[in-house]
Design a protein around this ligand. Structure first.
Ligand code: GLC
Length: 728
């Protein structure tokens, strides 16, 4: 690092136009592959192309080496480019979709996967990734739910901090580490109706207690950049919100890194209806605290005028440029503009055995077993398996973000992973909602072929699910069902009376009521990544047991969305398991989800003793991490196989100034027990686990009764109460 003096001196030599260029990120390349930012393919502006601060989505060691060399020659002050791209769950070795990684309930796995992704990306010249996505998501209709780790602030906080640590390691200037950009600040996951790019209305009570913690965790883990969301929050686009980007992000969260807009989000302030032209859009964004404009050039085109009229101050511009140059200096780019880019290292690291092995382990750990009647799983060696469905032998195991740099051709299919065990048919085609002009495939002949295969088998593994294009950005859906042709195939196979293990590939929680009715076993595979076929086969064959737990509630019907476990009790809670008139819920449907947050089975069973507390009353008058009491339970493996259980701790604040959630996840422990083995699992309860943010007051702990639940998921019923006296 060359330090502050070097940066200040460089800043003092730059013209306003050069500063505006430094605040601009260009597309990395034209759709036809010609280099856009440097070779003047874009913006038709030599000066901007020669002096842009960063490129989006441009990577590959050889290309980056060439582009950086050109840029260093042509830019006025030889300031190196930053190369930024979306490394969301892997670079070349692709891990399960983020929602699947959340289902592993394993921050160390996330950190390790991010570290692998950083190594593979950095040798391809990547300096910054737009990850973690820390959005809390409760509405499965929103396509980008796939990029989140789900509905819980505590789990999401652990995961977003783990991603940041994995990417940045012990310093972004160190080899094989990249800078982390946490996104989309804030409330993007709460868009109305789950419609992408829409409006979100979130009061401070929910904003600070539910949506902010995962971002705060990433900031506290040291993430270097942050990206505002496309959405409006309470009527103001995040990109133009001083309250968000100054008062909350910098004053309350003490973030000191670079704020980069989302793709064309600065331009979009005009259609958002808060300004009339791009000049005003630039002024509002910079005034709010945006340092880098992604892909559009409002800053570059209008800054001179905005400074002249006083709409933007030179101090604001210098502050933004200083943060950008400081980031480059922290990465060591002024001493070595090429950092880790190395064609030879790409050959060594990309998709290497060690990385594939971790991706395989992650795929297995992300699987969630939702049903296993008559021990349909694990599959037995002597069973003849009919592997049927559009995913039986498909390489479409990557979601949209996995495909940014990953390749389907590198994926191992389920059929390949099963090897000689199984025969395979493609009963029913995979239909993609996005290609609406595509005829819904006529499947009669395929189903007939599948039935023939089923007839010669002992057991059916049915691999079905959403098309990868039916989730992620701009992938919002009005219905959470699987395609009708897949349900038809399942019902036809059910008539054969053969046990059916249904493996569901999905980017979101789905309505699985019919899938459960016609299947013996149901497994959620998400989009499992490069080694997805092997990871799934490892679990189905019992080489490893399923350990995943749902990071989101799975609804009984689309109309329940948004549905989540940590909801407020309401004045008319329905505590039964059937529809109750004049109680919270819907006509004719059981309350609550089909499968709750935290739910997941394995190949054995566990029992829980009553919850025990070390005391029933505590006094606490100041914030601290100190233990107030211990809560424990005895977990016993009552089955015949060794198994891993994720013991979950939930806390309910029974009465507060604000109505508090029916329960909140505050801890979990993974334990492995042999058949018949028991173990006491204890949790230390600290004030931090009991406090919450009260608008206009701040973080508080209020005296009164609290309940502690310890169990296998968010609908566990065992709890004990204790009293808190004092408070703060
Ligand atoms: C996209 C996404 C954002 C991504 C960015 C760069 O529109 O909203 O998550 O990081 O553009 O690709």
């Amino acid at each position: 690092m060359l330090g502050k003096d070097y940066i200040s001196n460089l800043l003092s030599q730059m013209t306003l136009k050069e500063k505006a260029a430094e605040m601009t990120q260009l597309w990395g390349e034209n759709p036809d592959g010609t280099l856009m930012g440097i070779l003047r393919g874009f913006h038709q502006n030599e000066h901007l192309s020669a002096n842009a601060g960063s490129l989006l989505g441009f990577c590959g060691a050889q290309r980056v080496l060439e582009a950086q060399r050109l840029h260093m020659e042509e830019s006025a002050h030889h300031i190196p480019l930053l190369f930024m791209t979306d490394v969301i769950h892997g670079y070349k070795t692709i891990f399960p979709s983020v929602l699947g990684l959340g289902a592993a309930w394993d921050p160390s796995l996330i950190e390790e996967s991010a570290s692998v992704a950083a190594a593979e990306a950095s040798v391809s010249g990547v300096h910054v990734t737009f990850s973690p996505m820390a959005d809390l998501v409760r509405d499965a209709r929103w396509g980008r739910v796939i990029e989140s780790t789900g509905e819980d602030p505590y789990l999401n906080s652990l995961c977003s901090a783990a991603f940041t640590r994995g990417y940045q390691g012990d310093g972004i200037g160190k080899p094989l580490h990249i800078a982390s950009c946490v996104k989309h600040f804030i409330g993007y996951g709460a868009v109305e109706g789950g419609r992408d790019y829409d409006s979100a209305q979130i009061g401070d009570y929910q904003l600070f207690n539910d949506y902010l913690p995962p971002f705060l965790a990433a900031v506290e883990a040291g993430c270097e950049l942050l990206m505002p969301g496309f959405n409006t929050l309470n009527g103001v686009p995040c990109t133009a919100s001083r309250r968000l980007l100054q008062e909350i992000l910098k004053d309350f969260m003490h973030f000191q890194g670079v704020v980069i807009s989302d793709c064309t989000a600065v331009c979009e302030l005009v259609p958002h209806g808060i300004c009339e032209d791009q000049a005003q859009a630039a002024a509002l964004s910079i005034g709010a605290g945006v340092d880098v404009e992604m892909v559009s050039s409002s800053f570059y085109d209008h800054l001179e005028k905005l400074i002249e009229t006083g709409a933007v101050s030179m101090a604001q511009v210098d502050g933004a440029v200083e943060r950008i140059l400081t980031l480059k200096d922290k990465m060591g780019l002024f001493e070595n503009p090429y950092k880790d880019a190395s064609p030879q290292k790409e050959q060594e690291l990309h998709l290497c055995g060690k990385h594939r092995q971790l991706a395989r382990k992650a795929a297995a750990q992300s699987l969630v077993l939702l049903q296993n009647q008559n021990q349909a799983l694990p599959l037995q060696n002597n069973e003849r398996i009919a592997l049927i469905g559009p995913y039986a032998d498909s390489r479409k195991l990557l979601d949209i973000w996995g495909l940014v740099n990953g390749k389907e051709e590198d994926c191992v299919t389920l059929y390949e992973a099963f090897g000689e065990h199984a025969a395979c048919a493609q009963g029913c085609r995979l239909w993609n909602l996005r290609n609406l002009e595509e005829e819904r495939p006529s499947d009669a002949d395929l189903i007939a072929q599948a039935l023939e295969l089923a007839d010669k088998s002992d057991k059916i593994v049915l691999a079905i699910g959403e098309h990868p294009d039916m989730s992620a950005e701009a992938g919002s859906r009005t219905d959470l069902e699987l395609p009708a042709n897949q349900i038809a195939l399942l019902k036809a196979l059910h008539d054969t009376q053969k046990p059916i293990v249904t493996v569901v590939f999905t980017g979101r929680p789905l309505v699985l009521t019919e899938i459960a009715r016609y299947s013996s076993a149901v497994v959620i595979a998400w989009f499992p990544g490069t080694e997805g076929g092997r990871g799934i086969a490892d679990v189905l064959t019992g080489r490893c047991a399923p350990t995943g737990r749902l990071p989101m509630s799975f609804p009984r019907a689309t109309g329940q969305a948004p549905i989540y476990y940590n909801h407020l009790p309401t004045g008319r809670p329905n505590t039964t398991n059937s529809y109750q008139p004049f109680a919270n819920g819907y006509i004719g449907i059981e309350p609550g989800p089909l499968y709750p947050f935290g739910f997941g089975l394995t190949y054995t069973e566990f029992s829980y003793s009553e919850v025990t507390l070390s005391c029933r009353s505590v006094t606490c008058t100041a914030p601290s991490e100190q233990k107030l009491l211990t809560a424990s339970t005895v977990v016993t493996n009552t089955g015949s196989r060794t198994g891993e259980e994720t013991v979950q701790l939930y806390i309910q604040d029974v009465a507060g100034t604000y109505s508090r959630p029916v329960r909140m996840l505050k801890g979990f422990q993974k334990i492995t027990l042999g058949p018949g083995e028991s173990r006491t699992v204890a949790f230390s309860i600290s004030p931090r686990m009991l406090e919450y943010y009260i608008p206009q007051k701040g973080i508080s702990l209020e005296e009164g009764t609290f309940r502690i639940y310890i169990g296998p998921h968010a609908e566990s019923t065992q709890y004990q109460e204790f009293l808190v006296k004092g408070g703060y």
